[in-house]
Design a binder for this molecule. Structure first.
Ligand SMILES: Cc1cc2nc3c(=O)[nH]c(=O)nc-3n(C[C@H](O)[C@H](O)[C@H](O)COP(=O)(O)O)c2cc1C
Length: 199
């Protein structure tokens, strides 16, 4: 049995391809691993604040020196981090926005990349603390970027996931979605086939 944390970041409430891939992922997991449990977090619905002075204060100061605002910011950040710590499997669903990941997903990453919690500094450099977890990244893209220098999503997400110790990562890209019907159908079919293989 595995606990799966799904983080969605499409701003669309309808017609989201990355959301569609999440639905397919969950159906396949339920079929192949019936005892899995899921936590779903949609960053467009439950917005995560950007890093601010309150959160940095909450992270840096001892509890008895924190203001009420710093404590509240810390609690919200702790909740997000605890959800990640509790997961065996992480699913990040990410549209491509302006060549990168949505700013909502970046904000979530800023909360959960936590020194002393998800990674630590050692004499030999930083060390990820989340070893043993598996991740899937489901992207939706208007154009086609896979394997090209214009793909700023996959290298970045590999870097940050690796930084916290998650090295077992499958990327499933639905690409060419805005290039006309033929490309869109091909992009969706290829992503579904890859998803079925990867789960
Ligand atoms: C604000 C915005 C920026 C976008 N930027 C890009 C981009 O840089 N490259 C690209 O290929 N597609 C881009 N797209 C298209 C989306 O990646 C595509 O529509 C994708 O299906 C969105 O994911 P979703 O269907 O899960 O909402 C952009 C779409 C929006 C709304």
């Amino acid at each position: 049995m595995a606990h799966v944390l799904v983080i969605e970041s499409s701003a669309r409430s309808e017609g989201s391809v990355s959301h569609h891939l999440v639905d397919s992922f969950i159906s396949a997991r339920r079929a192949n691993h019936p005892s899995d449990t899921f936590t779903l977090r949609n960053l467009a619905v439950d917005q995560v604040p950007h890093l601010d002075a309150d959160l940095l204060g909450g992270w840096m100061k001892p509890v008895d020196q924190q203001s009420a605002a710093e404590q509240a910011a810390l609690e919200r950040s702790n909740l997000l981090t605890e959800e990640l710590l509790a997961a065996d499997v992480l699913v990040l669903a990410a549209p491509m926005y302006n060549f990168g990941i949505p700013s909502t997903l970046k904000a979530w990453l800023d909360h959960v990349l936590r020194a002393g919690v998800t990674f630590k500094y050692t004499e030999t450099g930083p060390q990820g603390l989340l070893s043993g977890k598996r991740a899937y990244v489901l992207t939706a893209r208007g154009g086609i970027y896979s394997g090209s220098p214009q793909d700023h999503q996959e290298p970045y997400l590999r870097q940050v996931l690796g930084f916290v110790g998650i090295h077992d990562v499958s990327f499933i890209h639905a690409e060419g979605l805005n290039l006309g019907e033929e490309f869109m159908k091909r992009g969706l079919n290829e992503a579904q086939a890859r998803l079925a293989e990867a789960i």
